[in-house]
Design a protein around this ligand. Structure first.
Ligand code: JCZ
Length: 249
């Protein structure tokens, strides 16, 4: 997968050089390319923003630098054999969920446009909707100072789904929210050695070796945690699933 990120703070993405993503890049699974938006300005101050039409606080990102940067990145579409999906993080976007992460993980090429200030002139998204698939996505109902942190979140959530990135394939299938058995379910508690730590014992079932009973216990813990912490997700569960939780307690 190729990932292009255009930003006025490319140094924000240094974390993508370490850990799982860093290894995936060195193994050629991920090809992440960073671009400084200001390289597509033509004034001495390398200006990327201006005052908002209609008044109001803050500044808006000018359309020209973004369009020149995006055009430059997608110019290599011929060699890529396809155009990228343009992803624009914004508080007003569609929710970025595990389902969307799985969708993105199937894409050969993602192009991220993290904004700053009050956002990017709306005509940029309008312009590229004619040529690209454009997604305005939100990573949650809170407001960041810019889109870079959202891009880090999205890239990590997507990269870990790519074949070869995570060591143990099973761990992806068991993710919270993963389609199938874990859909709309939170993961339950996890434990490792020592069996007793500061007087806290590991639940005995986990040391029993009874794999079917352990699987049932884990699902029950996931159901309990979901009902307690995320009633909105629990409401989507099959009532029979919830009933079974009660019977198996
Ligand atoms: N989910 C979410 C996205 C954002 C976001 C995205 C881009 C910009 C640009 C300036 N502030 C921004 C905030 N906040 N929260």
């Amino acid at each position: 997968m190729r990932v292009d990120i255009i930003s006025i703070f490319p140094e924000y993405f240094t974390p993508l050089e370490v850990s799982l993503i860093g290894k995936a890049r060195s193994r050629g699974i991920l090809d992440i390319r960073l671009h400084q938006l200001r390289d597509w300005t033509h004034d001495v101050h390398r200006t990327v923003d201006d005052t908002p039409y209609g008044g109001g606080p803050g500044m808006v990102m000018k359309p020209e630098p973004w369009a020149e940067a995006i055009d430059a990145v997608i110019a290599s579409a011929e060699t890529e054999g396809a155009l990228p999906r343009l992803v624009v993080p914004t508080p007003s976007g569609r929710p970025f969920t595990q389902k969307v992460a799985l969708e993105y993980a199937r894409e050969p090429w993602l192009l991220f446009a993290p904004a700053r200030y009050e956002g990017i002139d709306a005509r940029v998204v309008e312009e590229y909707r004619e040529r690209l698939r454009v997604d305005e996505v939100s990573i949650g109902d809170y407001v960041l100072a810019g889109g870079e942190a959202a891009v880090l979140v999205i890239v990590e959530a997507v990269a870990r789904l790519l074949p070869g990135v995570l060591g143990n394939v099973c761990s992806v299938a068991d993710d919270s929210f993963a389609p199938g058995a874990m859909e709309n379910l939170l993961e339950g508690p996890v434990y490792t050695k020592p069996p007793v730590w500061r007087g806290h014992e590991v639940p005995p079932i986990l040391l029993s070796g009874h794999h079917a009973a352990i699987a049932r216990w884990r699902r029950d813990q996931a159901l309990r945690r979901t009902v307690e912490r995320r009633p909105d997700l629990a409401a989507r569960l099959d009532p029979a699933t919830l009933d079974r939780r009660d019977r198996e307690v």
